[in-house]
Design a protein around this ligand. Structure first.
Ligand SMILES: [Zn+2]
Length: 205
């Protein structure tokens, strides 16, 4: 049995390729045919990329936030390429003390190696003479986002007017009477809070 590819199918294929070529190219996928096998050859890459949301604890890079990628690719001996430079993006978060919005810009230094035969967890892959910078960009951002941001170093925490400090009595009342101890009457909690306030400065003297 012989397989004959119909002219119609060939036309369809050609159209598919044309459509694919018209689609906006992913700026993080870099063809490196001209670098591989030419140690010392360099190529600069400057692009703005977008990713889906990246989150670490209380810090977030919004989906679609422009990520500035400025790196130099340099061919190494063997089928490997080093990538050095910076990845920069704006992030937002919650102050760990006062819960107010915190904004910042992170600039992460990158210095990684891409290889045709990568070592898992150490180097990134080169596939079909292309390298995809996305995993590198993602890793660099996630590792640089602050785990517990502060609005400013001297932040004193919540404004007592907006977030009254809970007294021990209030905490016990809210946690229920499962402990077997007598639950204090919640009506006394205001008095207890006042008592704690009055005791504070006196004890300090
Ligand atoms: Zn704060």
């Amino acid at each position: 049995m012989t397989t004959v590819t119909s002219p119609r199918l060939l036309t369809l294929r050609a159209m598919t390729w044309a459509v694919r070529d018209m689609a906006p190219a992913n700026p993080l996928i870099i063809g490196v045919t001209e670098l591989l096998g030419h140690p010392g050859c360099r190529r600069e890459v400057h692009c703005d990329a977008e990713l889906d949301e990246l989150r670490v604890s209380q810090s977030v890079v919004d989906a679609g936030a422009p990520i500035a990628v400025d790196v130099v690719l340099e061919a190494m001996v063997g089928e490997a390429i080093s990538v050095q430079g910076t990845v920069a993006v704006n992030w937002i978060g919650e102050c760990r003390r006062c819960l107010e919005l915190v904004q910042g810009r992170l600039v992460a230094e990158v210095n990684e190696i891409f290889e045709v035969h990568p070592t898992e967890g150490e180097t990134y892959p080169i596939d079909a003479e292309q390298l995809d910078l996305e995993p590198l960009v993602r890793d660099a951002i996630v590792l640089s986002l602050p785990l517990s941001p502060l609005c400013r170093a001297e932040c004193l925490g919540p404004d007592p007017e907006s977030y009254p400090v809970r007294t021990q009595v209030q905490a016990q009342t809210e946690s229920g009477s499962g402990s077997g101890e007598r639950s204090p009457d919640p009506r006394w909690s205001a008095l207890d809070a006042l008592k704690a306030q009055l005791a504070g400065p006196a004890a300090a003297d």
